[in-house]
Ligand binder design. Structure first.
Ligand code: ADP
Ligand code: MG
Length: 333
């Protein structure tokens, strides 16, 4: 059983950044407004993700670590229309099987927090304000083959930061901080009040500020707002003007229903929109958010949930392409 869970873990946790992504997903699912990530040695020695979300009641702490234990979906119908970041109930179990994991959590109606040591199963009271801290130590200590594939601390750290950056772009209502070896590496403050989360104008404005914080202040000047609806798909975000194009290809962010994805349909659509305005090897900069009926997209394609499959990919392609083309044709405000 230990072996099986370690094999399964390999699919979910490839490197520290994969654990960071899963833990931040969980914090967001728990309704956190502030998420702090602390790392040692690029995340290999320690990943601690701290949130101010709803917390986990003590009796559910051991359950959270069990494989295929999820509090987020209860039946197959839910799986077809999943709205949370997590739903497979695999991440914590996978992470715990290849590290020394501890959960520290407190819910609203508890007088104190509880700490669960995954290894020993020991559960004891511990001080904590409302929320959860997941501590992952010595990742891959029991799977040396996997550990050997890790790159330098600096490279692993860069991947961890990238994982948080992807979340940060999608959630201007949440503050993020990343610490490495006791030093603050990145900090993005919340730019949107929770109360305004459904206000489209305020959301767009906050997103602009967050994009500027994450991608550089220039990006606001050098980009245009994207807002477009076609059929079942709504596309929003910001598209960098041709002048803002970079030689690097790592500033392209696509989201489907709030989830960062790597998807050929989306990147190809964006690429085609830039085709006539971008020359040479330059790469466009953009952050595009596709909202689509959850029944029309399958997010359960891959354990890491980074790939999706659209029911009607032609429609989505067209929506994204037209969205970006329209945006680029609009003169700068
Ligand atoms: P999933 O997110 O797919 O449900 P996980 O293995 O990532 O599975 O997490 C298992 C369960 O643990 C979640 O369903 C949730 O109930 C609980 N959990 C994990 N992290 C947190 C957190 N930061 N705050 C509150 N609950 C959490
Ligand atoms: Mg999860």
């Amino acid at each position: 059983d230990e072996l099986i869970s370690q094999i399964a873990a390999g699919e979910v946790v490839e490197r520290p950044a994969s654990a960071v992504r899963e833990l931040v997903d969980n914090a967001l699912d728990a309704g956190a407004t502030q998420i702090t990530v602390r790392l040692l040695a690029g995340g290999v020695r320690l990943i601690a993700v701290e949130d101010d979300g709803v917390g986990i009641p003590p009796e559910e702490l051991p359950v959270a670590l069990r494989r295929h234990a999820t509090s987020k979906i209860t039946n197959l119908h839910d799986l077809e229309a999943v709205s949370t970041m997590g739903f497979r109930g695999e991440a914590l179990a996978a992470i715990a099987s290849v590290s020394e994991t501890a959960l520290l959590s407190r819910t609203q109606d508890q007088a104190n927090g509880f700490l669960l040591d995954a290894r020993s199963g020991e559960l004891r009271p511990a001080a904590r304000s409302r929320g959860t801290t997941v501590e992952v130590k010595e990742l891959f200590f029991s799977t040396p083959a996997r550990r050997k594939f890790l790159k330098t601390d600096a490279t692993e750290l860069a991947h961890c930061v990238e994982a948080v950056r992807r979340h940060a772009l999608a959630r201007p209502d949440v503050g993020f901080a990343i610490w490495h070896e006791g030093k603050l590496v990145e900090q993005w403050r919340a730019t949107l009040d929770r109360a305004d989360i459904d206000n489209a104008d305020k959301h767009q404005e906050a997103l602009g500020r967050r994009l500027a914080d994450v991608l550089g202040a220039d990006f606001i000047e050098e980009s245009v707002a994207v807002q477009f609806k076609l059929g079942n798909a709504t596309v929003s975000g910001r598209a960098g003007l041709p002048d803002a194009a970079r030689s690097r290809a790592d500033q392209q962010f696509c989201y489907v229903n709030g989830r960062f994805v790597r998807d050929k349909v989306l990147t190809h659509a964006a690429r085609s929109a830039y085709e006539d305005v971008l020359h040479g090897q330059k790469q466009p900069v953009y952050a595009l958010f596709v909202e689509i009926d959850p029944l029309r997209v399958d997010v359960n394609v891959h354990p890491t949930k980074i790939e999706v499959r659209f029911r009607d990919s032609r429609e989505v392609h067209q929506a994204v392409r037209h969205a970006v083309e329209n945006a680029l044709a609009v003169p700068r405000a």
